[in-house]
Design a protein. Structure first.
Lengths: 116, 115
């Protein structure tokens, strides 16, 4: 069975600080996908990144960066120079790489509050 | 670019009533997923369809049913509504077998409130 753990329930940081959201996952599959989604107060799920299990390269997109470490089954997300607009709930998720079945298993989410 | 369309965006029902949510996937996407997100909870997988056939089933109550139609849109029917059914319901679509990218495209969600 797949499982995603986001141990940090809530995090508050002052604007412009860096913040890292942790994600640890469990799966028996050798091929899988990892995701991060942002859910602002308006409720929609905003796709941030998808990472294939075979690609362990870290990725940077503007102020966002992701650190995928297969050895520790972690896929952490760092926001650099945080801004108030970053305030949201962030979900880490996992899916099997089965054709035609990309069902996601979500973590419980981390509520990030950026204090002006 | 066209996105996943869900309707209605907001719905208020009384206990024991019936509700129907609709989902229109991205054109040429043949796979649809339904998720339920209760207040303060993470989205939970309910059910999925590929090429109009149920492909997987999660924690969907027996009071709920769903189907995918010939035009690939999907409907989630919820009967005998309970207070605990109040949630945000997401639909997502993917290209399925046509292109296994592992990516789901989510709609903006339908918020159901049961009074």
């Amino acid at each position: 069975a797949q499982k995603v753990t986001q141990a940090q329930t809530e995090i508050s940081v002052v604007e412009k600080e860096d913040v890292t959201l942790d994600c640890v996952y469990e799966t028996r599959d050798t091929t899988y996908y990892l995701f991060w989604y942002k859910q602002p107060p308006s409720g929609e799920l905003v796709f941030l990144i998808r990472r294939n299990s075979f690609d362990e390269q870290n990725e940077i997109s503007g102020r966002y960066s992701w650190n995928f470490q297969k050895s520790t089954s972690s896929f952490n997300f760092t926001i650099t120079a945080s801004q108030v607009v970053d305030s949201a709930v962030y979900f880490c998720a996992l899916s099997e790489a089965n054709f035609g079945n990309e069902k996601l298993t979500f973590g419980t989410g981390t509520r990030l509050t950026i204090i002006p | 670019a066209a996105g996943v369309i869900q309707s209605p965006r907001h719905l208020i029902k009384e206990k024991r009533e019936t509700a129907t949510l609709k989902c229109y996937p991205i054109p040429r996407h043949d796979t649809v997923y339904w998720y339920q997100q209760g207040p303060g909870q993470d989205p939970q997988f309910l059910i999925s369809f590929y090429e109009k056939m149920q492909s997987d089933k999660g924690s969907i109550p027996d009071r709920f049913s769903a189907q995918q139609f010939s035009d690939y849109h999907s409907e989630l029917n919820m009967s005998s509504l309970e207070l605990g059914d109040s949630a945000l319901y997401f639909c997502a679509s993917s290209p399925g077998l046509a292109r296994n990218t592992g990516e789901l495209f989510f709609g903006e969600g339908s918020r159901l409130t049961v009074l």
